[in-house]
Design a protein around this ligand. Sequence first.
Ligand SMILES: [Zn+2]
Length: 352
Amino acid sequence: MEYIVQIPVPLPHIRSVNAWLLRGDPLTLVDTGPRSDEALAALESGLRATGLELEDIELLLITHHHLDHAGLAATIARRSGATVAALEPVAAYGERYEQRSAADRRFSLALMRHHGVPAQVIADGEDFWDYIRDNSEAFATGRRLRDGETIRAGGRDLRLLHRPGHSTTDTLLVDDESRLAFVGDHLLGRVSSNTEIYPAAEPTGTRPRARVEYLANLRRTARMPLERLLTGHGEPVLAHARLVRRRFADHERRCARIATALEPGPATAYEIAQRLWPSRTVREQSLLVVWEVLGHLDLLLDAGAVREAVTDDVAHFELSGRRHTPARRLRARENRSHEPEPHGGGRRARAS
Ligand SMILES: [Zn+2]
């Protein structure tokens, strides 16, 4: 009998999201899929294939607050009586999902304006926010855990580690004994994880440096003696340290491309995106490309290669004249010549 069962749940735009069934005491599900009839049906048929019903679930663990990972949490808890367990940041977001996602929406509109996204492009992206609002709902977390705490789940001990970057609530669920971890979208096999930027006092304060934080956390994960990372999308990752090196090489190349894109002169983050990617990608995934460019600009700002100036409430970036030599900061051994689309490209920004 397989003790960990992968249940792919269908998800628009990016094929599927993984729910993980942990047989053993207490019977545990890690992540849920979005709140939709189709996802619920897929989850139930996946459970039935192992001889179980949704009502049998005793414990529900959530890797982060995104709708494709927590959308069905309230439904599952209602029907099964399962306890939801999660780190404090996940619990806090979950209990006020509508207010928090509405605040993220307002913040993002201001962020996009501040970084040069045209008003019409922002207006055209409104349906994305409706999708985020409608495909999840608030849930109550019965066991709120602190960073580093351990919980018994599916016959094993899982240690919960807060590793934000992809989202503010990212959690690793680590089984030290079996050298495996449920990692949500912290590291994915097929694409680089995107890093969302929420929320801070923009434009008066400083924006959250999600990509910088993400890379620091990814480096910590690479050092862990893990053999199997069970990811939120796609197949498990086996040689995770090597994959992390490859991701660092990707980020390095992207920084170099952004520095090159600034050679003609100062530009907003949105204008930089227009210099890097097809106009349709930039228009239709405006928030995602702003996150992507800003995240890498933060790395370039740290390296002293780029300067930021705000005029009339819009941020412009320009080369500082200092050569960009980030190799020391983002060391990577592997080199691959292909340039991917914006990390997580092809997917809707926060649906992952
Ligand atoms: Zn996600």
